[in-house]
Design a protein around this ligand. Structure first.
Ligand code: 5IU
Length: 449
């Protein structure tokens, strides 16, 4: 008993539990925060912990040990060294690395694997890990966990027939720290109250368009058009002649907030076309959005933006750009709204979570950027544009993947959906535009509740 308390007090000194106000991943405000990773900074404590955990599973049958990444990896390793039981390593990343095995190490079908975890909360991620280990032909009967946050995880696993051995419960930890004066009476009461009446995670409410704090004048214009026309629709006009483009602009103009162009696919491009488009755009109130997808160093992008055949800077209201060349490269896009591409809709795109995080950072710090293209919810300060929307198709044969308007507005909280073939390839572009406009606007309104 004394040994466990000793361990806990020393671990507390390392900073494994902090008291204050913390926002958890779920959005819940918690009066404490637990992170067992600092334990690896004390080899002695890690050894003590590992011995304690091994004692807990003395009678459990296991041939292999596996620490759940990442916090429990050093714990599992230390237990393996102390017990002589071999370790296997489970990969954390499981998407996009198709050819790699999920579990590394030497093992045979039917062997029993002890899972080691630092903290158990709802038990959901442990259940997913168990499933992945079992999929490799291994058996899991016992799990050993350092800290149980007492939020139902243990029961969830026991109901499925797994034995869970825990070193501490959160209530015990709080009691011990209070007894040894590491925690005041007031803080202890506050934490106990939190543990006894756990708050529900806050509903992630979306911000309505009129509540968005968008500084960029083009962003404001888009929002103004959207509210006035009751439309979150941007039509992508991927047609290849001036006449088709002008016809489409006339037909869909009343129902969209912007017309997205790829001027470099138009066979007979001319500034006469641009002049005519500008007249229609003015009359029908929509913006001209050149989907140029700039992706070079600032100097080259500036030339591509201002010079050449298309002279995009002379007429476009908005352009797309990849943030791949960094913040300064985006400064060249003066007097237009930049939509930064942080995630693409196509199968196998290289825009993984890591890239997206960094790309969003660039976007948020660039004053020319009014929003981003992505297939997921992003920060409220940016407008979100989502292509890959179609009411009747799931994808094409060239990697495009489609969502419904319902999904992009409700699940991603997108602000504007971009529809190409769903409109310009339909028999009646105007009717299709109305259909998408209505479906999109209704889904948007429903997503506000
Ligand atoms: N577009 C995508 N996905 C992306 C990006 C752009 O589809 O991730 I960035 C463009 C390509 C095309 C339009 O111009 O949006 C979608 O056309 P369809 O609705 O026809 O697939």
């Amino acid at each position: 008993m004394q040994q466990r308390e000793d361990f806990l007090l020393k671990a507390y000194e390392l900073g494994i539990i902090k008291f204050g106000n913390f926002t958890l991943k779920s959005g819940i405000e918690s009066p404490f925060y637990v992170d067992l990773r600092p334990l690896s900074s004390s080899p002695q404590l890690l050894k003590t912990l590992s011995n304690n955990l091994l004692e807990l599973v003395e009678d459990a049958p296991f041939d292999l040990i596996c620490g759940v990444p990442y916090a429990a990896l050093p714990m599992g390793t230390t237990m393996s060294l102390a017990s002589g039981v071999p370790l296997i390593i489970k990969r954390k990343e499981n998407k996009g690395y198709g050819t790699k095995r999920m579990v590394e190490g030497v093992y045979e079908d039917g062997q029993n694997c002890l899972l080691v975890e630092d903290v158990i909360t709802s038990g959901q991620s442990l259940l997913e890990t168990i499933e992945e280990i079992e999929r490799e032909g291994l058996k899991v009967t016992d799990l050993v966990v350092v800290l149980d946050r007492e939020q139902g995880g243990i029961n969830k696993l026991r109901d499925k027939g797994y034995r869970v051995h825990t070193l501490f419960t959160i209530n015990e930890v709080i009691d011990i720290l209070h007894r040894y004066h590491r925690l005041s009476d007031g803080d202890m009461a506050r934490i106990k109250n939190f543990l006894n009446n756990p708050p529900a995670p806050p509903q992630m409410k979306r911000i309505p368009l009129e509540g968005k704090k968008i500084q960029h004048p083009i962003g404001k214009k888009l929002i103004e058009f959207a509210l006035k026309k009751k439309s979150n629709l941007i039509a992508s006009a991927d047609v290849i002649t001036s006449s088709e483009l002008l016809k489409l602009a006339e037909e869909v103009g009343d129902h969209v907030v912007a017309l997205k162009l790829h001027t470099d696919i138009i066979k007979d491009f001319s500034f006469d076309l641009i002049d005519k488009l500008k007249v229609i755009a003015k009359e029908k109130e929509f913006l001209l959005f050149e989907d140029r997808k700039f992706a070079d160093i600032g100097n080259t992008q500036e030339l591509q933006f201002k010079e050449g055949v298309y002279k995009i800077a002379d007429w476009a209201d908005m352009v797309t750009a990849h943030p791949i060349a960094g913040e300064e490269s985006l400064q060249v896009f003066e007097h237009v709204g930049v939509v930064a591409i942080v995630e693409m809709s196509s199968k196998g795109t290289l825009t993984d979570d890591y890239y997206i995080t960094k790309a969003l950072n660039v976007a948020e710090n660039s004053s020319n950027v009014l929003g981003v293209v992505a297939q997921r919810q992003v920060a409220d300060e940016l407008l979100l544009f989502t292509p890959g929307v179609n009411l009747s198709s799931k994808g094409d044969t060239k990697g495009q993947q489609y969502n419904t308007p319902e999904r992009v507005f409700k699940a991603y909280h997108t602000d504007f959906m971009i529809v190409g073939r769903g409109i310009y390839q339909s028999v009646n572009a105007k009717e299709s535009a109305i259909e998408y406009q209505t479906a999109g606007w209704n889904a948007y309104l429903e997503s506000l509740n």
